[in-house]
Design a protein around this ligand. Structure first.
Ligand code: FEO
Length: 400
């Protein structure tokens, strides 16, 4: 009896055979409020080829979708574009079930997969620019090292001008719609930006190089099929252009103020700085880390020109949620930012210094000495906060 899980036709010969994870809410620290999909693709060429797989618990869903098109045992080749377990997690089981003739990955990918799983198959390494004949169709591979793992690569289906882009151009969005033109553009814009900010931002210089390489190769796309979220069949140019803009990390007239507070003193300072930033002409996002998630801060910083970071001092250090967000942001390596630190304290007051050291390690240009106040800020301190906001706005303005 046929089950409910069907493949979705992408082109004449290509089918989506992935899985929908409606309930995932955490991707190594990135909150995924709309769930995600793990996209796998079946190319019904002379050599039937599966491109990537899905996270281990979704094996049956993927096999059912494949079976709605072809008997899974008929798969000849498997290509692993990215070894991370949300795409390779059921590789051992699918290899055992299908017994493919060959399994392909980048050279680094073949080593990584062997380190991750016991695999009962020879893994064939493919080089950057190498082509693989599927009989009546051809795949061309392009290494995309550190986007976002060392093993990552693209596979381009020449005849269909279809790019299998693994994580790149993806987003965490669970839906039964499979294509960009079936979904709300505002949701796509938000989720694509959040995904870039939380996953790809540290590798922005490599993204720019890759986009140059793709342009130099003269590749054109009729479809971009990532490993998460919808397939781009309408706005390919738009998503590529947005990647170019995000990767350039050019600041805009925007500041992000984020803080934690114990008894509202640091919050008062945050609000005064925000008023100064706005008076200086910047759009301001003010985020309390008691309410916002680290992924929200990453999203807001993607196009910002300045950050102001506030924390009270607790037992000689930052509040724990501020240490959390700053550790996360340090890894994301945002560039071209002006920064400042602020916070109140009861008796020792190390937090502001600690924030300043972290901002310096992130190569964020200080807008001046941080503002640290004992207990509750008075009108004079709040005026200094306002003026710090004005100064930051002026510095950002000079960079635009
Ligand atoms: Fe979607 Fe890097 O795995």
């Amino acid at each position: 009896m046929m089950g409910p899980y069907k493949a979705v036709r992408v082109t004449e010969d290509v089918w989506w055979v992935g899985a929908i994870d409606w309930n995932i809410r955490d991707f190594h620290g990135y909150t995924t409020r709309r769930g995600s999909t793990y996209n796998a693709y079946l190319v019904m060429a002379d050599k039937i080829t599966l491109i990537d797989t899905v996270k281990a618990p979704f094996l049956e869903e993927m096999i059912a979708r494949i079976a709605s098109v072809v008997e899974p045992a008929k798969i000849d080749y498997i290509v692993s574009n990215h070894s991370e377990m949300d795409h390779s997690g059921c590789l051992p089981e699918i290899i055992a079930a299908v017994k493919p003739e060959k399994v392909f990955a980048s050279a680094v990918g073949t080593r990584t997969l062997r380190e991750l799983f016991p695999l009962d198959r020879e893994l064939v390494p493919v080089r950057d620019g190498e082509t693989l004949s599927l009989g009546n169709r051809t795949l061309t591979f392009m290494e995309t090292r550190m986007l976002h793992w060392p093993d990552s690569m693209f596979a381009y289906l020449n005849e269909e001008q279809l790019l299998f882009s693994q994580d790149a151009f993806g987003m965490h969005l669970a839906s039964l719609e499979r294509f960009d033109d079936e979904l709300d553009p505002a949701v796509l814009a938000y989720e694509a930006a959040t995904y870039y900010a939380n996953i790809l931002l540290p590798y922005s210089p490599l993204v720019l190089k890759l986009l140059e390489k793709v342009a130099a190769a003269g590749l054109s796309f009729r479809l971009i099929a990532p490993d998460h979220g919808p397939i781009w069949r309408k706005d390919m140019a738009g998503i590529v252009e947005r990647y170019r803009k995000w990767a350039a990390q050019k600041p805009t007239a925007k500041a992000v103020v984020f803080y934690a507070t114990m008894w509202h003193s640091t919050e008062k300072m945050a609000r005064a700085i925000s008023e100064g930033l706005a008076a200086g002409g910047l759009h301001v996002k003010l985020l309390s880390m008691d309410k916002a998630h680290r992924s929200d801060v990453a999203y807001e910083i993607l196009d910002a020109g300045a950050i102001a970071v506030g924390s009270p001092t607790l037992n000689n250090h930052l509040l724990p949620n501020m240490a959390d967000i700053l550790t996360y942001l340090r890894g994301l390596k945002p560039r071209n930012l002006v920064g400042a630190a602020f916070g109140s304290y009861g008796w020792s007051g190390e937090a502001v210094k600690e924030i300043e050291e972290i901002l310096a390690s992130m190569k964020i240009e200080p807008a001046g000495e941080g503002i640290s106040v004992k207990n509750v800020p008075d009108g004079g301190v709040l005026l200094r906060c306002y003026e710090l906001g004005l100064k930051m706005a002026e510095m950002v303005g000079a960079r635009l």
